[in-house]
Design a protein around this ligand. Structure first.
Ligand code: TYM
Length: 326
């Protein structure tokens, strides 16, 4: 059996290139390698931890599946499904809650950031990383393609696996993260912060037009130096653009800097905007085709749920048995 890959993405608003480079592009590459059994899901339960409108949720879920398909995930090669269709995720999370201390969750940076941003925390937001651990361990995944912002959550999943194995016998492999070279795509307007839907001005959305992309990259914060360079610590703005260019051209930051030696920031930004627009145009075109056939999208996730459910049921039964439930 091939090693299992699992990753998820929340249906909350429009995706940006941080989501694309952190999770989706990597997931497509892993799928194409043919070396893994790939499971990708829409984390709809996770998305309930922040404010939402019920009447918009199903369109958001469908939108994410469409985005994943448009970006290159292929249901013939990867399994796509919706988290809430598999009841075992929340079930296993409950059991994992009893193995996780309040202190472990209180240390989670993403939780602290959300609270600092003014979100009134509900218990689900606090418990978010435990559900994420259940998502991963339910399928005994070996690898998890995510952005660097999820590293701490992944570490918790590894801790939970270790705790469970120690208490109840070897059951779960410790999952490893798969990170892009860029690790974190930063905000265009504030390159010390990660690109995030909470700061729309610094976001390049997958739905943006070439004009919007040129405007946003054109206005991206850089520095007063003249040469394109790569030094994320001291020159975060230009380094972020170099990273974005490198990721979209499958090149290294050093090669990008070399390519633009002697070019002005304006020229480099123009080239970066063109490169990103070209890729996003392909995705947007495929998306507008795919979204015409909602029935087919439902069929894909229905089939996806059917194929993962027996695996989820088997793991939960094994866990219940090991912890002594009848
Ligand atoms: P979500 O929807 O917030 O993010 C989806 C993916 O996008 C990545 N990401 C970024 N990567 C690089 N730079 C950025 N600026 C950036 N912003 C977002 C995230 O790291 C993520 O990979 N908790 C997960 C969803 C999830 C999950 C799971 C993932 C739920 N269960 C199990 C893996 C395995 C999340 O952050 O979703």
């Amino acid at each position: 059996m091939k090693p299992i890959i699992v990753s998820g993405i929340k249906p909350s608003g429009v995706l940006h290139i941080g989501n694309y480079l952190g999770m989706i592009k990597q997931s497509v590459d892993l799928q194409e390698s043919g070396k893994y059994s790939c499971l990708y899901f829409v984390a709809d339960y996770h998305s309930l931890t922040t404010g939402y409108k019920p009447e918009e949720k199903s369109a958001e879920v469908m939108g994410i599946i469409t985005d994943l398909l448009a970006a290159g995930l292929d249901p013939k090669k990867s399994i796509l499904f919706v988290q809430s269709h598999i009841l075992e995720h929340a079930n296993l999370a409950w059991i994992f809650n009893t193995l996780t201390s309040m202190g472990q969750l209180e240390r989670m940076v993403e939780y602290k950031e959300k609270v600092a941003e003014g979100q009134v925390p509900n218990a689900g937001l606090f418990d978010y990383p435990v559900l994420m651990a259940a998502d991963i361990l339910l399928y005994k995944a070996r690898k998890v393609p995510v952005g660097e912002d999820q590293r701490q959550h992944l570490e918790l999943a590894r801790d939970i696996a270790r705790t469970f194995n120690k208490k109840f016998g070897e059951t779960f492999p410790e999952p490893e993260g798969v990170f892009t070279k860029a690790l974190r795509v930063m905000s265009l307007s504030d390159p010390k912060k990660k690109m995030s839907k909470t700061m729309p001005a610094g976001c390049l959305y997958l739905t943006d037009s070439p004009k919007k992309i040129a405007e946003k990259i054109g206005a991206a914060v850089t520095d007063s130096q003249k040469e394109v360079g790569y030094d994320p610590k001291n020159r975060p703005g230009i380094s972020n653009l170099v990273n974005i260019y490198a990721e979209f051209s499958d090149d290294t930051p050093a090669a990008v800097v070399k390519k633009f030696q002697g070019a002005s920031y304006k020229e480099f930004k123009g080239a970066a905007a063109e490169l990103v627009s070209e890729k996003l145009r392909e995705i947007q075109e495929r998306k507008s085709e795919i979204e015409k056939n909602k029935k087919e999208i439902m069929r894909i996730v229905g089939e996806g749920a059917e194929s993962v459910r027996p695996v989820a049921q088997k793991t939960l039964a094994e866990v219940k048995n090991k912890i002594g439930l009848v």
